[in-house]
Design a protein. Structure first.
Length: 305
């Protein structure tokens, strides 16, 4: 919580510096939420690389949530709920704008479903909203209860523990198998039954921008696994993309990412480009990811959010 508390203190000081409401300011704070094996800041590198500074430039207060790097979306959602409550108390704002990447999309959808009065908008980026074929293959490739499953789970939990330790949350609960189950098609569809707001009626369809719970829903994603020769992560994503039979970002299909108003699901970006990783390397002939964040903050301001 140290990072989010420090950021909150900065925001309190900014309230004294800006006593009058300005149309250039975003009405509600933004909360960024990472996906599986994610972090807020790891050894000085932000998960949402340079994204917070862009949001601040556009007049928004921004916070980076600290949730478990590997666990199911509901537990992560409960962790996020506690942090949203803290942000509301210290900023005096009754709502927040939630932006989640990958599994972070399920995490923020949970919060918006159980506490819609606390949420102005939900934005899914590369979100696993209809399940991930990659997660299905991984889950189906290991027998439940087998030694192989337990061995691989221990390795994944070890990685999650290292990430949590290096990002300042060593006691965060972790369960890689729970996380994997949450991201399969079966797990995701079960999640959607309980938290349906913003979901399109049909796969690859467009959902309602304003759901019946009073929350605005948006999404965007990419459809290229390999985007830049200089990015060391692209080769792995290209390999992972081989399990898909449709356009995808290496881990999630473009259509699976759809939620609410779809800003676009065909950007020339892979799963990491969407959060401006690795350290800002992206497709040379596609819009800079930071530009999409900038445009979206302006979109939220236009809606008085």
């Amino acid at each position: 919580m140290k990072r989010i508390t420090f950021t909150l203190l900065l925001s309190i000081m900014s309230l004294f510096a800006h006593t009058a409401h300005s149309s250039d300011q975003l009405e509600y704070p933004v909360v960024l939420v990472h996906g599986l094996f994610g972090f807020d800041n790891l050894l000085g590198v932000d998960y949402f690389y340079r994204v917070p500074s862009v949001i601040r430039q556009e007049g928004g207060n921004v916070y980076v949530a600290e949730v478990s790097s590997a666990h199911n979306s509901e537990l992560r959602g409960e962790q996020l709920l506690e942090q949203v409550a803290l942000i509301r108390a210290l900023t005096g704002k009754d709502k927040v704008n939630l932006i989640g990447h990958s599994q972070g999309a399920q995490t923020i959808r949970y919060v918006a479903s159980v506490k819609p009065q606390w949420v102005a908008s939900v934005t899914s980026i590369g979100g696993v909203n209809w399940g991930s074929r990659f997660a299905d293959v991984v889950r189906g490739g290991v027998d439940q209860g087998s030694f192989s499953e337990q061995f691989l789970a221990s390795l994944a939990n070890g990685l999650a523990g290292l990430i949590d330790l290096l990002s300042g949350k060593p006691t965060a609960p972790k369960d890689a198998l729970e996380a994997l189950e949450a991201l399969t098609t079966e797990g995701t569809l079960a999640f959607n039954q309980k938290y349906p707001e913003g979901m399109p009626a049909n796969y690859c369809g467009q959902g309602d921008m304003l759901a019946n719970n009073g929350v605005y829903y948006f999404s965007w994603s990419g459809s290229r696994a390999w985007t830049n020769l200089l990015d060391p992560a692209d080769n792995a994503l290209l390999l992972f993309s081989g399990v898909f039979d449709e356009a995808n970002d290496g881990l999630v299909s473009a259509c699976s990412s759809n939620l609410g108003y779809v800003i676009g699901n065909d950007f020339k970006m892979n799963h990491l480009d969407q959060v401006n990783q690795t350290i800002g390397i992206h497709h040379l002939f596609e819009t800079d990811p930071l530009t999409i964040y900038r445009q979206h903050i302006r979109r939220l301001k236009g809606l008085n959010l």
